[in-house]
Design a protein around this ligand. Structure first.
Ligand code: FMN
Length: 273
């Protein structure tokens, strides 16, 4: 249990972290020091490779931008239907897809913006209900727009529940996207100033999850509260150089459940907030 002094210290550290620091004009990042740039993406981890379809014209997408903006919401009531491989492909493309390379191999240009185009994130996911895919753990390979199958998961609901630190509503999702940061990709360029930017970067990724889901008539919620240690262990991340930071469950939804969505916030009315 944190004592008052510890709480005060942590609040101050958190506020200082969020503030734009006074930059030291003499500070040099590893890029300034001409140290070797880290790889733009993580290599495949040895799993079976699966090509993803890319003809998104076959999807019944909402194209009215204002409608997407105005109907975006967090969904926590999923109907546990199969998603298609094309829908999965669309989500991965919309959130981390590589459109081009800047220079010979200086940076990837993707469907989301990112400070210095460092694109420090890796996408992992668990498949529970996707047509034609085995239930299990996967890793997205953005350079080739493929996925790799890492390992089967017997009880996806138990896995998702643990990974989201007991947010049991997530267990009906068709997939859960898990995002890690490979810290040095951003640190190489921005050094001690990179971490604040990384958190801004991931917000853009998660917003694109919302946008893509809304367009594809799927539901999602950004999740900051995860069991990071559990996820690092399961996806074999060392937790130091690469660490899980957040996730987004994605599922099929039905307008009939809108009242159940509202009921998640019943406490607001009950407590007269
Ligand atoms: C960074 C971030 C972290 C979040 N973490 C959680 C979470 O752990 N659990 C949850 O139920 N909702 C989480 N949410 C969803 C918010 O509760 C939700 O966006 C907010 O209540 C507003 O509702 P709306 O998205 O429907 O507009 C998170 C949202 C963001 C942007």
């Amino acid at each position: 249990m944190l004592n008052e002094k510890q709480i005060e210290t942590m609040i101050k550290a958190g506020r200082d972290f969020m503030k734009m620091p006074h930059e030291d004009p003499d500070y040099k990042s590893d890029q300034d020091l001409k140290k070797q740039q880290p790889p733009l993406v993580k290599e495949a981890m040895g799993g079976q490779l699966i090509d993803l379809p890319t003809d998104f014209s076959d999807l019944n997408l909402e194209n009215d931008f204002m409608k997407i903006i105005n109907t975006r919401q967090s969904h926590r009531v999923f109907t546990s239907q199969n998603m298609t491989l094309l829908e999965l492909s669309f989500l991965l493309w919309s959130t981390q897809g590589v459109k081009s390379i800047r220079g010979k191999s200086y940076a990837t240009i993707r469907t989301v913006p990112c400070g210095g185009a460092r694109h420090e994130f890796e996408t992992y996911f668990v498949v529970q209900y996707v047509e034609g895919l085995e239930k299990g753990l996967y890793h997205y390979l953005p350079m080739t727009h493929q996925i790799e199958f890492l390992s089967p998961v017997e009880d996806c609901r138990e896995f998702i529940d643990k990974s989201t630190a007991g947010q049991t509503w997530c267990t009906k999702a068709s997939i859960v996207l898990y995002y890690s940061s490979v810290f040095y990709r951003a640190e190489w360029r921005y050094g001690v100033y990179s971490h604040r930017v990384q958190l801004m970067d991931i917000g853009h990724v998660m917003q694109n999850v919302y946008m893509a889901c809304t367009a594809a008539h799927l539901g999602t919620t950004a999740i900051g509260y995860i069991d990071g240690d559990y996820l690092n262990a399961v996806f074999t991340l060392d937790g130091e150089e690469e660490c899980m930071i957040c996730c987004c469950p994605v599922g099929t939804v039905d307008a009939k459940n809108q009242q159940a969505e509202i009921d998640f916030y019943a406490f607001v009315k009950e407590q007269g907030l």
